[in-house]
Design a binder for this molecule. Structure first.
Ligand SMILES: NC(=O)c1ccc[n+]([C@@H]2O[C@H](COP(=O)([O-])OP(=O)(O)OC[C@H]3O[C@@H](n4cnc5c(N)ncnc54)[C@H](O)[C@@H]3O)[C@@H](O)[C@H]2O)c1
Length: 431
């Protein structure tokens, strides 16, 4: 089959229908573990997106992450020094082409000194991945003991290398599909490939990871009476027929399409989570995460932000699938980690959307990244992918109400930070 030639995009104009009207009102009186009937769907005008009518909230530059209320406040610089700085104890000699690990030079980032009653033993499955490794950094800096369980399918030891050998840290190579026993107080269950090329690589394994992995971790939580948090996804809403998406929306998912192994896998993972909560009184939390980006995204996993940044840094064309007028709401990873920690440490068990309601077209993202990295590259269109949702935007009313949480990073600041990280990756790895 002859591939369709790419179209070169020269301007940002897109079809101009009337805007959909975002509402941010949430029925916060819904009780724990009860599913409300779906609200009547708002008709979605799929091609109604221009940069002018999309909702955006201006945000000041962020210098600190976390919150003093739950003792998670931290200068952003502390985190940046971890993923932008050189690894402690690692000496690279480019001329000799060698790497030396010198334990005597290893200095860990300083952690909070908390009492043994405050200190928790926390299991993070998928802790060597993109989101997991940032969560691990924060939990370690807060002074907790952290155990990472990962099979390194999409994660990488490098993401958590700076904690190896620390007395508060353990790393276990293990597949969540197999049972695992350990005494812990909390379980953040993240293990699951999250990008389409990775979860579609072996769809059966993806379903097993979501279903059997979640059963194993819920069984562990039940046995040791640990609190359990599932990282679910906005993909449970599928190609949504109402906009923005509230937690009460039941979704519109193709059960046999190429994304089904992930979408349906996560839907069953949620079902299991609430079944264990009802039947066995496991103390559960469910985060429905919307698109997230930031340092340590896998540079080869085809996710849109890392794709654009790497393409621009290498001087290649930026590839947009379809017309580029499909929208996404991207949150910066530190906001997500704030939300996950807040969710784990509060009482509400209902599913919670965690995402940034600022909505952008994919084309705008491409333009923002091109403008901040390399104005010389072109943006080209390729045929759209199957079941690619047209619009995505979280209603975060519930998280605002229960967690006092909303994203602080503007997309612009997040892109700047991520570009800085990938510049280092491209430089260090000679990509
Ligand atoms: N990043 C996002 O935009 C996003 C959006 C929605 C939901 N999520 C969810 O957040 C979680 C983390 O996503 P991410 O972006 O960090 O993805 P990631 O691929 O970077 O991380 C997933 C981690 O899980 C590990 N893993 C995969 N299968 C495993 C298995 N069978 N046993 C043990 N470990 C396994 C991988 O090696 C990796 O370290 C996932 O559950 C994902 O579904 C992420």
């Amino acid at each position: 089959m002859t591939p369709t030639p790419p179209n070169i995009i020269t301007s940002l104009s897109s079809p101009n229908d009337s805007p959909t009207s975002p509402t941010n009102q949430e029925n916060t009186s819904q009780s724990n573990l009860t599913a409300a009937r779906p609200t009547s769907p708002q008709p979605l005008s799929a091609r109604s997106t221009t940069s002018q009518n999309l909702p955006r909230t201006p945000k000041p530059i962020v210098t600190h992450v976390g919150h003093s209320r739950n003792q998670t406040l931290l200068p952003l610089e502390t985190l940046r020094s971890i993923y932008l700085g050189d690894l402690p104890g690692r000496l690279q000699d480019n001329e000799q082409g060698t790497l030396t690990y010198d334990h005597s030079r290893k200095k860990y980032p300083p952690i909070r000194n908390i009492s043994s009653t405050e200190k928790k033993r926390i299991l993070v499955t998928g802790g060597a991945g993109f989101v997991g490794s940032h969560l691990v950094d924060r939990l370690m800096l807060m002074g907790h003991e952290v155990i990472v369980l990962d099979n390194f399918f999409t994660g990488n030891k490098r993401n958590i290398e700076h904690w190896l050998g620390h007395p508060h840290f353990e790393l276990v190579r293990h597949d969540v599909v197999d049972p695992f026993m350990i005494e812990v107080d909390q379980i953040y269950h993240l293990a699951c490939p999250a990008s389409p090329p990775h979860y579609q690589y072996n769809p059966i394994k993806t379903v097993k990871t979501s279903v059997m992995g979640t059963i194993n971790m819920l069984g562990l939580a039940k046995r040791v009476k640990a609190r359990f948090l599932l990282t679910s996804t906005s993909e449970v809403y599928g190609d949504p027929q109402e906009h923005p998406q509230k937690e009460t929306y039941w979704g519109y998912v193709n059960p046999i399409g190429p994304r089904a192994c992930y979408d349906e896998g996560k839907r069953v993972a949620e079902t299991l989570t609430y079944a264990y909560a009802k039947q066995d009184r496991v103390d559960v939390r469910v985060a429905r995460i919307f698109n997230t980006f930031g340092p340590r995204m896998n540079e080869n996993d085809g996710r849109v932000v890392s794709n654009f940044i790497i393409q621009a840094l290498k001087g290649e064309d930026l590839t947009v699938y379809g017309e580029g007028d499909q929208t996404r709401s991207f949150q910066y990873v530190h906001d997500l980690v704030d939300g996950l920690i807040a969710l784990m440490n509060q009482p509400c068990q209902d599913p919670m959307n965690l995402g940034n309601p600022d909505e952008y077209t994919i084309l705008e993202f491409a333009e923002m990244i091109r403008d901040s990295v390399n104005r010389g590259v072109r943006i080209i269109k390729l045929p759209s992918t199957t079941d690619d949702p047209q619009r995505r935007r979280p209603d975060i009313g519930r998280a605002q109400h229960y967690l006092g949480w909303s994203p602080k990073f503007s997309v612009g600041q997040g892109i700047g930070e991520t570009v800085e990280y990938f510049r280092k990756v491209v430089r260090d790895n000679d990509l």
